[in-house]
Structure formats: structure tokens, C-alpha cells
Write a protein that binds this ligand. Structure first.
Ligand SMILES: Nc1ncnc2c1ncn2[C@@H]1O[C@H](COP(=O)(O)OP(=O)(O)OP(=O)(O)O)[C@@H](O)[C@H]1O
Ligand SMILES: [Mg+2]
Length: 429
């Protein structure tokens, strides 16, 4: 190797070093090579340093003067600088002082290399200038390699920590942005809930007053049709009689419809404060109300005791039961004696109240929609009704913190259920 080879850094190595620098400390992968600066005016000493350190497999950048070292430090970051103390022109101490003055390199570790004869003075001065370590020539390769590799590791670790800190900063910033967005969305949502609640309230008030106000003219329609039938019936043709009866029937139907709508509207608006209810008591109350119908239809009713207790709103629960039992008595199959069975089972925190019939059943595709308002599967002649009953059942169950549903097969009867908070759950057990 000629002297120039030793003096001039190898092109490739230089490029690698620059590339590493351009990647930037934060962007470089953890196993990227780091830069080590070797400063000595004597090519043979640089060569010796390179021979010792080449096995570390990092970018060794060799310069021959303090000035050149400072130029390099302008462009690149270094893990450690090996600095010869005695150089012509600017010596190692002056170079170190200038290195420390620059922000980029104020903390870059410097290892001074000096001859044993000068050691005492040099060591003291070097430390004042912020040297991290001293190596006394002749150098022991193993010790130099170990020291440098410690700085290389330290540099890599610092880079890694900086990279992680940057990622963390980015994560935190992203999370903050996301949180801000969520809180904005939440605010919008709250505003919409307020607006919707207001609209809902107005709508309910409107439907309530409409239903309420419509009932008065309807009643007079109904009572005049009744009066015509009673007072004038004898003088009317059979067609006239038929018309008057239809008016009376329709008026009665509409009155029932408005009554049910009012009940539904009230259920959505009013409080439903719960209390402890023995199911057997309330079931018997409701059955008493429809005793006449049970007898006339010849329906056999079975109550599977004990039914237990629930935590519910008494009037709402009565309405639910009246609707389910009413449906069970109404949708009977023409070809068999009708049966009703009322029982309970336990769900987690709930009592499931079952009202089961052996009637006409419901096809699977209709089992959800019948819980909507005005959803009926039959004409009013075959099975009279307004289609509000099951909507009341579901709404009532939900208002009390429960649910309602049905299991059924066409022609094989239906099993309606309502989940109601059990007494144990109300007591926090
Ligand atoms: N036990 C049942 N067996 C078979 N079909 C049923 C049963 N209960 C309800 N249905 C079907 O679901 C529809 C809706 O029931 P819902 O109780 O809401 O209305 P309705 O009984 O027709 O009228 P309303 O109860 O308002 O007087 C019924 O019209 C019927 O088609
Ligand atoms: Mg009904």
C-alpha cells in the first residue's frame, strides 16, 4: 500500500458514511454502521489505527489535520473521535476545543492519543477540554478496540432511544389528534341527541294531542250512529241499516286504535318506576279480566307455579301480559281446542316470562316485524285488532330494562317471552 492510500479515505467507505449520515440519526436502522473519525498527521499511525479497528466493521474516516477533522464534523455525525495530540499547525487540544464549541459535536466522545512522555500534562489539559478518555502510545490494540466499541454501542443505543422517543412522540401526537376528533364527534353527537330528543318530544306531544283531539268527534260519530240505529232503525231499509252499522263499527274500531296509540305514546313518554311484583298475582289479575273470553272460547289455561317475582312497573307489565294473553286467546287454530301456558325460566339477572299457545303460529320471516307498530298478518275480519299490541309489549319491556321476543312455527303455536329484571338483580345480587 502506498502512503497516499493510507492518507486518503477509500471512496466506498466515504460514500457509505455519507449515506448513513443522510439517513439521519433517527432514520437509520439499528444495525447501520456508525462513523468513527481518526485524526493524525502521520499516515503510518492512521494505518495502524485502521488495522486495529477494522474488525469492528464500522465506517472509519481518516483525516490528517485538525482542520480537516472540523470540516468532516460539519457534514457527519461521529460515534467517537480518536485525536492525536501532537500535530503540526492546529494540535489536538486546539482541535478538541473547537469541536466542543460546535453544537453538533459538543458531546461527541474524544479519545486523545499521546506519547507516554507527555502524558501527565496532556492528560490534565485534555480532560479540561472535555476528553472522554486517553490512550497512551504505544497503543495496545485490544484495549483501544474495546474502548471504541463501547462508544459505538453507546452511540447506537442513544440513536435507538432517540428513534423510540420520536416514535413515541408521533404516537402521542396521533393519539391526541384521535382524541380531539373523538371529542369533536362526541360533541356533535350530543348536539344531535339534544336536537332529536326535542324533535321526538314535539312529535310525541303532537301525536298525543292529535289522538286525544280526534277521539271527541269520533265519539259523537259513534253515538249518533248508535242513536240512528236505535231511534230510526225501525224505519230504515235493510241497506240503510247496514250502512249505519258499518259507521258504528268503524267508529268503534278507530276509537280502539286511538286509545291504543295514546297508550303507546304514553308508554314512550312517562316514567316507569319499578317495584317488586309477584308474577302469580299479576297473571291472575289479567286472567280475571279476560275470564269471559276464556270461558266462551273453551281455552284451557295452565300456570306453571311458582312464577317468581320481578322488579317491574306494574301498569306496564299488566299491559304486556294483557296483550300476550289476548293474542294467545285470539290467534287460535280452528281445528283444535286452544291452550295457554304461562311459565317462567331464569336468565342471567332476568326472569323470562313465557306465554305459550297452541294456535296458528308465525312464519320465521314475520317474527321480528310483528313487534313493529301496525304490523298485522291477517285481515280484520278473520282476526280483529289494530296491530299495536306487540309494539306495546316490546316498548314496555325495553322501558323496564328488558326485552321481548318469540319462538314459533307456523301451525304449531307460539311461545312469546319477556325478560324482566329479577328481584335478585334489583338487590344487586
Ligand atoms: N299468539 C299469536 N299467534 C299467532 N300470531 C300472532 C300471535 N300474536 C301476534 N300474532 C301476529 O302478530 C300480529 C301483531 O300482533 P299485535 O298484538 O301487535 O296486533 P293485533 O293483536 O293484531 O292487534 P292489537 O293487539 O293491537 O289489538 C298479529 O296481527 C298477528 O298476525
Ligand atoms: Mg294483539
Amino acid at each position: 500500500m502506498n502512503v497516499n492510500d493510507a492518507l486518503t479515505p477509500v471512496g466506498n467507505r466515504e460514500e457509505v458514511a455519507l449515506a448513513a449520515a443522510q439517513n439521519g440519526a433517527l432514520g437509520s436502522p439499528p444495525d447501520a454502521k456508525v462513523n468513527i473519525l481518526l485524526v493524525d498527521d502521520r499516515p503510518d499511525k492512521l494505518l495502524a489505527l485502521e488495522a486495529i479497528l477494522s474488525s469492528l466493521n464500522q465506517n472509519l474516516i481518516q483525516v490528517h489535520s485538525g482542520k480537516e477533522a472540523l470540516r468532516r464534523l460539519l457534514k457527519l455525525d461521529f460515534a467517537v473521535i480518536l485525536l492525536d495530540v501532537s500535530m503540526p499547525g492546529m494540535d489536538g487540544f486546539e482541535t478538541a476545543a473547537l469541536i466542543r464549541k460546535r453544537i453538533n459535536s459538543e458531546h461527541t466522545p474524544i479519545i486523545f492519543i499521546t506519547a507516554i512522555g507527555n502524558s501527565e500534562n496532556h492528560i490534565a489539559k485534555g480532560y479540561q477540554l472535555g476528553a472522554v478518555d486517553y490512550m497512551l502510545a504505544p497503543i495496545i490494540p485490544e484495549i483501544l478496540r474495546t474502548k471504541v466499541s463501547v462508544f459505538v454501542e453507546l452511540y447506537k443505543k442513544t440513536e435507538l432511544i432517540q428513534r423510540q422517543a420520536e416514535e413515541l412522540r408521533r404516537d402521542i401526537a396521533a393519539r391526541q389528534r384521535a382524541e380531539e376528533q373523538i371529542s369533536q364527534l362526541n360533541q356533535q353527537l350530543e348536539q344531535r341527541v339534544v336536537a332529536l330528543t326535542e324533535i321526538n318530544r314535539e312529535l310525541e306531544a303532537f301525536s298525543y294531542s292529535i289522538s286525544h283531539d280526534l277521539r271527541a268527534p269520533l265519539r259523537s260519530m259513534s253515538s249518533f250512529a248508535q242513536a240512528v240505529l236505535e231511534d230510526e232503525g225501525g224505519k230504515m231499509s235493510s241497506q240503510g241499516l247496514d250502512y249505519a252499522k258499518r259507521i258504528a263499527r268503524s267508529a268503534k274500531y278507530m276509537d280502539t286504535l286511538l286509545h291504543d296509540l295514546l297508550t303507546y305514546s304514553r308508554l314512550t313518554r312517562e316514567e316507569t318506576p319499578p317495584s317488586s311484583i309477584r308474577l302469580e298475582d299479576i297473571v291472575n289479575d289479567v286472567l280475571t279480566l279476560v275470564e269471559g273470553e276464556i270461558r266462551s272460547r273453551g281455552t284451557s289455561v295452565e300456570i306453571v307455579s311458582p312464577l317468581g317475582s320481578v322488579f317491574a312497573h306494574l301498569p306496564t307489565l299488566k299491559q304486556i301480559l294483557a296483550n300476550l294473553i289476548g293474542n294467545g286467546l285470539k290467534f287460535v287454530a280452528p281445528d283444535r281446542p286452544s291452550r295457554l301456558r304461562i311459565s317462567t325460566s331464569r336468565e342471567q339477572g332476568f326472569v323470562r316470562l313465557w306465554v305459550e299457545d297452541n294456535g296458528i303460529g308465525i312464519a320465521p320471516e314475520h317474527q321480528q316485524k310483528i313487534f313493529g307498530l301496525f304490523q298485522r298478518l291477517h285481515d280484520a275480519q278473520t282476526y280483529p285488532g289494530t296491530g299495536i299490541g306487540l309494539a306495546l309489549v316490546r316498548k314496555g319491556a325495553e322501558r323496564m330494562g328488558g326485552r321481548a321476543g318469540v319462538e314459533s312455527n307456523p301451525g304449531q303455536g307460539s311461545r312469546f317471552w319477556v325478560d324482566l329484571p329479577s328481584m335478585a338483580s334489583a338487590n344487586g345480587e
